[in-house]
Design a protein around this ligand. Sequence first.
Ligand SMILES: NC(=O)c1ccc[n+]([C@@H]2O[C@H](COP(=O)([O-])OP(=O)(O)OC[C@H]3O[C@@H](n4cnc5c(N)ncnc54)[C@H](O)[C@@H]3O)[C@@H](O)[C@H]2O)c1
Length: 429
Amino acid sequence: MTAPLPARDAIRIAVIGLGYVGLPLAVAFGRRHATLGFDIDQTRVAGLQRGDDHTRELSQDELRAAAHLRYSADTADLADCNVHIVTVPTPVDAYKRPDLSALEAASRAVGAALQRGGVVIYESTVYPGATEEICVPILEAVSGLRYREDFHVGYSPERINPGDKQHRLENTLKVTAGSSDAAAAFVDALYRDIVEAGTHRVSSIRVAEAAKVIENTQRDVNIALVNELALIFDRLGIDTHEVLEAAGTKWNFLPFRPGLVGGHCIGVDPYYLTHKAQEIGYHPEVILAGRRINDSMGLHVAQRVVKLMQQRGIQTAGARVLVLGLAFKENCPDLRNTRVIDVVRELQSYSIEVDVHDPWVAAAYAQHEYGLTPIDTPDAGAYDAIILAVAHTQFRELGAVGMRAFGKPGAVLFDVKAALPADAVDARL
Ligand SMILES: NC(=O)c1ccc[n+]([C@@H]2O[C@H](COP(=O)([O-])OP(=O)(O)OC[C@H]3O[C@@H](n4cnc5c(N)ncnc54)[C@H](O)[C@@H]3O)[C@@H](O)[C@H]2O)c1
């Protein structure tokens, strides 16, 4: 007989991986249900126990509001729970292949804690099929239990957007799926408890996995098209944003903007889909072409700035350039897969001395990830070029005049994000 799902009043949740996705989820459940926030990173757990969230997604008050949430780095505590939700990272390796090691490790830890009737829900972004082809066999092997007979599995991809205070877990419709009708209904009801915007239940885990991975693939490909337009219009001497603004007056023109595509979602998730496609003998063309264009934009930005400097007679070797922003996006301390680093490295290859300033980023984190220490305060009147790379609110408030104050007379001001008025900068992407 199929093991019964946990009764509603007996639900004890564990969230495994307390990052940008896991912490808000644990806090939302911890307001209503007995919840364990689990992470292998003891420093992270200790920080949360003190009420300190380094991702800056949640305030101390929000953390405190989760009265039924406790934190642990001890896998033994997972055994007390009957609903395990996995929110660990799913990056790519140096060859852009899916790195499922955290997902596999988390599945082993959950498998060791799993009991008859337990539910394991995955939220990590994967390719269609990964949950049932990779995670479920690990759960079965470690627990000795049988999938669908003894335990249940769900998938509910996360849609949060780090640094975005508008689109939150609570007000964003959530896709849900389960290993059987009953499991899907259980998973759906669980999320409806915390997501005011409601849920969208689909017929299988594979559909939910595919839906998530194409959300970001679609954005990636659309941005790649606009980036390619920017490369063309640059050669034609036309301002891309003015063209986009004009085309955007048509009702069905999509509002994408050129830019550096970084972070661990848009620039990474498409590789999960292309990996699976290649495994089944289909060679994706559009998706990978888009990835190549987006990955080349950092070089393009650096080369344009170098060209502008040379056109003004500024000798590049030994010149000083200030890059404003290192995070992968605005108003967020996240450095994962930031493509600003491509701009920095390309400039350095011209023997340019590059200072990076980012009030959102911890210097030690930048040093650890990229071997680069951002400066606290840029020097006044010191730079030959200034690049606005990330449109943090602090930089927008500084404005073009404030940024130019860091430059020598005649310095180049380049706006990657089109955050400043066109006539206040020397060029923009
Ligand atoms: N951040 C986003 O905007 C976002 C949005 C949607 C989906 N996702 C997906 O959600 C997943 C998690 O992303 P994130 O941004 O929250 O990652 P993150 O790096 O912010 O956090 C992951 C946490 O998991 C912990 N961890 C790693 N391995 C573990 C293990 N074996 N057991 C327990 N904890 C472990 C890490 O210590 C870290 O604290 C990824 O698959 C990502 O693609 C992220």
